[in-house]
Design a protein around this ligand. Structure first.
Ligand SMILES: O=C(O)CCC(=O)C(=O)O
Length: 301
């Protein structure tokens, strides 16, 4: 295997090139470290389609703000990297932190249902795969706590008294996915992971203004092991739903656009009121979402 373990201030980043995807050890890397970075998984064309969908979404927001009289200029010449932020600059109290229900768009089908990505996910989860009802696009604004996602485990959000009592969230078999639409670097708020923390089970989280945060006693002793997960458009990061992760602050004046979504073993309950969408199935092949048109005709559930 061509595993290029990138030494990063003495810490290892678990990184694979797209051509190595068939290697069985990908699964053991995922299990050992709690994440794997798959470089160049999506072609530039696939990235471009998603970007165009997000541009249209921004356009919709511009028109809405104009109609509501909140702005007098739709800023149509403003680049994708800044437009949404500039539109909401004078009304940040209503700025979107993320998009979820809006993502049933043709140009996102090849992200969520990408055959090679699903092959990798199948090697971890098995043949019954659901797109979990938690798929999100994030315009991470410059220096704004509304889009600053704090250290958490996804399981910290799904865990509730009832699910914890039944051993729920720790039993969920999931693969989380994160991929940027622009270069994601330390300066503009790339992700950070603490390798291996998925083995700790669900740890306590505290509610902060916008997001949950892992309790200090669990987080602080492990922060020195955090790795920066820098990624380019087309790169795909897979991580465990119990891995400690956060997005760093965005310290530049452009938006760090990204998408994150999750796959789950479809034989399990989602532990949510929504059922998600089947991405692969031998038991119910007729239920699998088969095309961009079909995806666009469905809604968040
Ligand atoms: O994009 C980010 O900054 C955070 C994303 C995240 O926490 C997630 O994908 O679970």
């Amino acid at each position: 295997m061509n595993l290029s373990g990138m030494e990063q201030a003495g810490r290892k980043l678990v990184e694979l090139q797209a051509e190595d995807l068939r290697e069985e050890s990908l699964v053991s890397l995922f299990q050992e470290f709690g994440y794997v970075i798959l470089r160049r998984m999506f072609s530039p064309e696939v990235v471009q389609k998603a970007r165009e969908e997000m541009e249209l979404l921004v356009e919709t927001h511009a028109h809405r703000l104009l109609e509501e009289g909140r702005i007098s200029d739709a800023l149509s010449q403003e680049p994708f990297e800044t437009r949404l932020f500039r539109l909401y600059e004078s009304c940040m109290e209503i700025a979107p932190k993320s998009f979820r229900h809006e993502l049933h768009l043709r140009g996102l089908y090849e992200w969520f249902f990408h055959p090679r990505l699903l092959d990798v996910v199948e090697s971890i989860l098995g043949p019954e795969i659901r797109l979990y009802p938690n798929y999100t696009a994030r315009p991470k604004f410059p220096d704004w706590e509304g889009t600053l996602v704090l250290w958490h485990q996804d399981g910290g959000y799904t865990n509730s008294m009832e699910t914890a009592a039944s051993g729920g969230v720790t039993l969920l078999r999931m693969v989380n996915v994160w991929s940027p639409l622009v270069l994601a670097r330390v300066e503009n708020g790339c992700m950070q992971f603490v390798p291996g923390t998925h083995k700790l089970g669900v740890v306590p989280h505290a509610q902060k203004t916008h997001y949950l945060e892992i309790e200090k006693d669990y987080l602080e002793p492990r922060l020195s092991e955090a790795v920066d997960v820098e990624a380019d458009p087309g790169d795909v990061v897979l991580f465990h739903n119990l891995l400690f992760h956060c997005g760093l602050p965005n310290r530049v004046d452009t938006i760090r656009w990204s998408l994150d979504w999750r796959y789950q073993d479809a034989t399990q309950s989602t532990l949510r009121k929504e059922a998600g969408h089947l991405a692969r199935s031998r038991h119910q092949p007729e239920q699998v979402v088969r095309s961009a048109e079909e995806w666009a005709s469905l809604s968040f559930r």
